[in-house]
Write a protein that binds this ligand. Structure first.
Ligand code: AMP
Ligand code: MG
Length: 314
């Protein structure tokens, strides 16, 4: 499965592969995506198979232009406002599915809504434009494991099932998009991510948090409690390592094996999170202990991923 640089020629080839129903991994500003034609049931089924992803966990559908979304989903004024302001960007909107939407029912797990996003990465945008159709793209890693933020991470995790991996360097944001559900009267945050809740509330007013009872339920089928998990156990809010543990620091940290951000910067920490969890996931340690991360701004997304990484495994 070749890793190739994102040259114009390779982008054209990747777009051809997508149009012929094959899978291509590509960089976005959040994490690397595993792309397939969202209107092709077989391509979508191949995404679920490649990831070992439960088919009740729907995929985000990506496009380069907002104009291309009108046939797929219904925008209300809130959705238009957010799209105008934050697209391209790390924000996913869950919107009512149009009855004649061409998106595979499997991609949205049979729900009457579809999650859509325009990513802010030049390679992703060029590929989506060249493909000229909606592309379903979950993170390009085996389901439940740490998300990939480099092309190498993709190749290490997914074997054999991909036609091409486009290399666009490390992902600048490093945690997944914020997912907000706009199908009801009150906007609901399904997943904290690259755009903070505080920022969205300034735009929309109060945003509800998905209730714990929704998590794993029909509202947010993908919010499984164990996710983003390295092989080693993860311990949170650690002040110092226990014998055998690797300490993942944040801010000034004596004895840390690696540090998400020595200067305590949440944006830098988000960009480093998945790569450092992977780097420390080695049999010579007994576990990964992570120092406390403040819960504001991007810290909310970081802590969400860490809580799932530390959750009891299925
Ligand atoms: P990922 O595959 O990592 O990009 O995650 C996509 C996230 O969006 C998962 O948590 C899904 O459960 C969520 N999602 C996608 N489509 C929908 C939808 N129609 N309704 C609610 N959540 C969705
Ligand atoms: Mg994922």
């Amino acid at each position: 499965m070749p890793i190739v640089p994102a040259t114009t020629t390779n982008l054209q080839q990747a777009a051809r592969l997508l149009r012929s129903g094959q899978l291509v991994a590509f960089p976005t500003e959040t994490v690397y995506g595993l792309g397939g034609d969202a209107t092709d049931d077989r391509a979508v089924a191949a995404i679920f198979a490649a990831k070992g992803r439960p088919s009740f966990n729907p995929l985000i559908v990506h496009l380069a232009e907002i104009g291309g979304m009108a046939p797929l989903v219904a925008f209300d004024s809130r959705a238009e406002r957010l799209a105008e302001r934050y697209w391209p960007g790390p924000l996913t909107l869950v919107l009512p599915r149009r009855t004649d939407s061409p998106v595979s029912l499997l991609a949205s797990a049979g729900l009457d809504s579809i999650a859509v996003r325009i990513p802010a990465h030049p390679v992703a945008l060029a590929l989506l434009r060249a493909a000229g159709r909606p592309i379903a793209a979950p993170s390009a890693n085996p389901s439940g494991c740490v998300s990939p933020t480099t092309a190498r991470h993709v190749a290490d995790g997914l074997t054999g099932t991909l036609a091409m991996i486009l290399d666009g360097g490390p992902c600048p944001v490093g945690v997944e998009s914020t997912v907000i559900d706009l199908t009801g009267d009150v906007p609901t945050l399904l997943r904290p991510g690259g755009i903070t809740r505080e920022t969205l509330e300034a735009e929309l007013g109060p945003i509800a948090l998905a209730k714990a009872s929704d998590l794993g339920g029909p509202r947010s089928p993908g919010m499984l409690s164990s996710h983003y998990a390295p092989a080693l156990p993860v311990r949170l809010d650690a002040r110092s390592p226990r014998p055998g543990e690797a300490l993942l620091g944040f801010g000034p940290a004596d004895g840390a094996e690696m540090n998400l951000s020595p200067r305590g910067d949440l944006t830098e920490a988000a960009a480093n999170l998945f790569a450092m969890l992977r780097a420390l996931d080695q049999p010579r340690y007994s576990g990964i202990a992570v120092m406390p991360i403040p819960d504001h701004d991007l810290g909310a997304a970081i802590n969400d991923r860490l809580r799932r990484a530390a959750a009891p495994r299925a």
